[in-house]
Design a protein around this ligand. Structure first.
Ligand code: NA7
Length: 546
């Protein structure tokens, strides 16, 4: 068994950043990654049209000014291949690979209370002993795989957008189905539509989307951003969601309709995902939200030629951005093509798969390829996959059976020395996740440094503090429109999953203040111990057995 300081699970953006930071403090660190290579979701989501919906300059690491200056983004919203190249560049530039163990899935982590250490075991039986366990497993990394009757009888290829195959998939002359119209389905639709003989998009819930307004980055723009990158980073860190522009502090209801339309028009052509910040109360007040929703509905409707299709594709019935909206590049326009068909699952649900395709209540469709763009078991899916056993044999799965409970989104009572990055209880998917990743990792590194400086071997969330934090997370969510509809924010994406609001909606800046206050108060809400709480019990056990 290898004895080290920290085991980090996951070699995506969070895992690499944690490795860089902890190694820089002189810690011996190993990153375990189940996939064949690094990159996390950006390794797996290699579907056609995949790109980030946060601007490239903001969806990148800020820890190295040299890295910032030398990397040249080619587009405003980077594609998946470009982001993967960036991650690989970072890994090489900072010599991270030597501490990353690929093709290695964590099976279990068991806390040794007497030693205040975690024993991590991989599915192939290797073991590591570490003081710290850092869960950097991503929030959208466990795919949701539908299981329709007859699915295994289908003779064509079935692919999930979130674990895209490594072989080349060709569309020319082929009949393709996409099931799901979240960001993944919306991004791949126009790209596949251009190549496939026929494309059928199966829609359950019409989703709001704002145009990406993607464009190549000009040299002038690149120079401008790089000349003042620190200010841009500060803007992100101090914004509610980590996007690089100032939010509007006005209410959508306090301005005349013409002015509001001008603001929305400008936001439509520029802000993408940030449209939800065009007025501060879009996600707080239904009447304010209605103004944004109506504007977007009109815009979407205006690019769809067929009135019947328009009726089905234009989103309604839930507030704009209460479910994750998309940022698209020609999704709705793709339905004007002769080779693209919409299958409305609300009207005609899927009844079964057949060897040749899919039978819905109204017709039989024949396909060569079926793509599930059906999303993920969000927030908790990947954390709860391995067996994580804390004090007294309690597993995290048992502890979270009614929903995730954390202190500030980073620690869990009963699971000492375990840190979660961008998991439930933190701004996570409600933010530019890169900003959240860096904030949390720098905070945890400071905690580790504080523990070293004060001869502390064990930290643990206090049960009272985590109860209060969960209540605070819920309280902030109740101020918003997020709970007014079903979404992966509140566990509705998986049947039987506890219906609780998972991310922290209080914003990145507010969250950082809370983390900083916690540290300034000697890590309030956490118990810090100079000897493991379980040491006495361990002594008794070894005395009894000797
Ligand atoms: P999402 O956003 O969770 O979208 C999943 C889509 O799949 C959504 O339209 C779902 O419809 C649909 N879905 C899920 N299960 C089914 C079944 N069984 N039948 C039909 N349709 C289904 O995942 P994405 O991969 O698109 O995006 C994930 C994130 O990546 C995104 O939020 C950004 O952060 C980037 P529903 O809405 O549930 O009716």
């Amino acid at each position: 068994m290898e004895v080290i300081d920290a085991v980090i699970i996951g070699a995506g953006f969070a895992g690499l950043r944690a490795l860089w930071r902890l190694r820089g403090m002189g810690k011996r660190v190993v990153v375990l990654e189940a996939a064949d290579d690094i990159g996390g979701v950006w390794y797996h989501n290699a579907y056609p049209g995949a790109r980030c919906d946060v601007e490239s300059y903001d969806y990148s690491y800020s820890f190295s000014p040299e890295l910032e200056q030398e990397w040249r983004w080619s587009e405003r919203y980077a594609t998946q291949p470009e982001i993967l190249r960036y991650i690989n560049h970072v890994a090489d530039r900072f010599d991270l690979r030597r501490d990353i163990v690929l093709k290695t899935r964590m099976e279990s982590a068991v806390y040794d209370e007497a030693a205040a250490r975690w024993t991590i075991t991989s599915t192939d039986g290797r073991r590591w002993s570490a003081q710290y366990l850092v869960m950097a497993v991503g929030q959208l990394s466990t795919t949701k795989e539908p299981d329709y009757p007859g699915q295994s009888s289908f003779k064509g290829e079935i692919i999930h957008s979130g674990i895209w195959p490594k072989h080349e998939v060709t569309y020319e002359g082929r009949r393709v189905a996409i099931i799901g119209t979240g960001s993944s389905g919306m991004q791949m639709t126009p790209v596949i539509a251009e190549k496939a003989a026929h494309l059928t998009v199966f829609q359950r819930t019409p989703n709001y989307s704002v145009p990406a307004a993607n464009a190549p980055v000009t040299d002038e723009e690149d120079r401008r951003v790089k000349a003042d990158y620190r200010a841009r980073r500060e803007q992100c860190r101090n914004s509610p969601t980590g996007l690089g522009f100032k939010p509007n502090r006005q209410s959508a209801l306090d301005v005349p309709a013409e002015e509001r339309d001008r603001v929305y028009e400008a936001a439509w052509h520029r802000l993408g995902f940030g449209f939800a910040l065009a007025y501060y109360d879009i996600l707080l007040s239904k009447p304010a939200n209605d103004t944004a929703a109506e504007f977007i509905q009109k815009k979407i409707g205006s690019v769809i030629d067929d009135p019947k299709l328009r009726e089905k594709l234009v989103p309604s019935g839930h507030p704009f951005a209460a479910r994750r909206p998309s940022v698209d590049s020609g999704y709705f326009q793709a339905f004007n093509r002769d080779n693209v068909e919409l299958a409305d699952l609300r009207e005609f649900p899927i009844q079964e798969f057949t060897p040749k395709g899919i039978r819905t209540a109204d017709k039989t469709h024949e396909f060569d390829i079926v793509i599930f763009a059906t999303g993920f078991d969000a927030f908790t899916g990947s954390i709860l996959k391995p067996r994580i056993e804390g004090r007294d044999g309690l597993t995290l799965k048992e502890k979270w059976s009614e929903g995730p409970i954390t202190q500030l989104g980073v620690g869990v009572a009963g699971f000492p020395n375990m840190l979660i990055i961008v998991g439930p209880g933190s701004p996570s998917l409600l933010s530019n996740v890169m900003v959240s990743i860096e904030e949390q990792i720098d905070w945890l590194a400071d905690l580790v440094a504080y523990m070293d400086a004060n001869d502390i071997v064990e930290f643990e969330a206090e049960p009272e503090a985590e109860r209060a934090w969960v209540e605070h997370v819920n309280e902030r969510a109740r101020e918003t429109l997020y709970m007014s509809t079903n979404s992966y924010y509140n566990g509705a994406e998986i049947a039987g999953k506890p219906r609780v609001f998972m991310p922290y909606s209080g914003g990145i800046r507010g969250y950082r203040r809370i983390l900083n206050d916690c540290a300034a108060q000697g890590y309030s809400g956490f118990v810090l111990r100079e000897a493991p709480l379980g040491a006495a019990a361990g002594d008794q056990r070894s005395a009894a057995s000797s």
